[in-house]
Design a protein around this ligand. Structure first.
Ligand code: NDP
Ligand code: 8X3
Length: 254
């Protein structure tokens, strides 16, 4: 039987590249996100005689929407082998004392609570299947270090770091592997979202050096998932060669 991967945040960036990677390696896909037009476009691109694609449009921040979408999957999709918890965002890059609680809530609700809601539902499916499963959480270098003005985003990704460790311990008895992948700077829509659609500011984040691209991270996810059954990659930090830490870059324009 073909394997199934569920990828959250498949409408853009790392999630979209990961969906393409899994499709090219023979997986059927459940792709999720809030932008249904983009989900449909990706489904049309990846679906063919041998690859099935199910698009599910929901907001990971809503426990009710997540439960509704995942607890009522058609029977032939209730066989999730791999979950990639990728949906996430930064909102703002502000000193703590001038930050916005709207931004804080978006980050905490998406990066922490969304990951929890989705993982809980998928863990029930993996437990019912009684075979094995693999959950890949997309953390960040911001989950390993804190940088100025990164406050709540860093906290939310430190939470993903802690949850990845906790889930790995608690799901071990159910034969479910848990991997965390922690990227440095990847050129996606991430900075556009962070800077509230300020395209010039977003572009400047990636100037003067070669940032990672989404497919670099999809490669790492695929590497982790394609190890033999007795091997688990617990944690992987992946940076552009021009980046040494969250705030140390070698840029040609500085
Ligand atoms: P993008 O902005 O390109 O993609 C983010 C994805 O998350 C989109 O598909 C978006 O879908 C989805 N998403 C955001 N909020 C929600 C929500 N409430 N419900 C459902 N889906 C949601 O950014 P990246 O691809 O770069 O980001 C992917 C992950 O990688 C994030 O967790 C990010 O924190 C992490 N990361 C990114 C780095 C980078 O430098 N780019 C570095 C380190 C980690 P939609 O809007 O359609 O809902
Ligand atoms: C995204 C990378 O350094 O902007 O998680 O926080 S960083």
């Amino acid at each position: 039987m073909k394997k199934v991967a569920l990828i959250t945040g498949a409408t853009s960036g790392i999630g979209e590249a990961t969906a393409c990677m899994f499709a090219s390696n023979g997986y059927d896909l459940i792709i999720t996100g809030r932008r249904s037009d983009r989900l449909k476009t990706l489904k049309n691109k990846l679906e063919n005689d041998t690859t099935r694609v199910l698009d599910l449009c929901f907001d990971v921040r809503s426990e009710e929407e997540v439960k509704q979408a995942l607890s009522q999957l058609p029977k032939d999709w209730k066989i999730i082998d791999v979950l990639v918890n990728n949906a996430g965002l930064a909102a703002g890059l502000e000193s703590f004392d001038t930050g916005s609680s709207d931004d804080w809530n978006r980050m905490i609700d998406t990066n922490m609570k969304g990951l929890l809601y989705v993982s809980y539902e998928v863990a029930q499916i993996m437990k019912e299947n009684k075979t094995k499963g693999h959950i890949v959480n997309i953390g960040s270098i911001a989950g390993k270090e804190v940088y100025p003005n990164g406050n709540v985003y860093c906290a939310s990704k430190h939470a993903v770091d802690a949850l990845s460790k906790g889930m790995r311990m608690d799901l071990l008895k159910h034969n479910i592997k848990v991997t965390q992948i922690c990227p440095g700077a990847v050129e996606t829509e991430f900075s556009l979202v962070r800077f509230h659609n300020d395209a010039d500011r977003a572009k400047s984040v990636y100037e003067g050096y070669e940032a990672l691209v989404a497919s670099d991270i999809a490669d790492c996810i695929w590497f982790a998932v394609s190890r033999p059954p007795h091997v688990n990659i617990n944690d992987m930090i992946v940076m552009p060669a021009a980046q040494a830490s969250s705030s140390v870059f070698f840029k040609s324009n500085s």
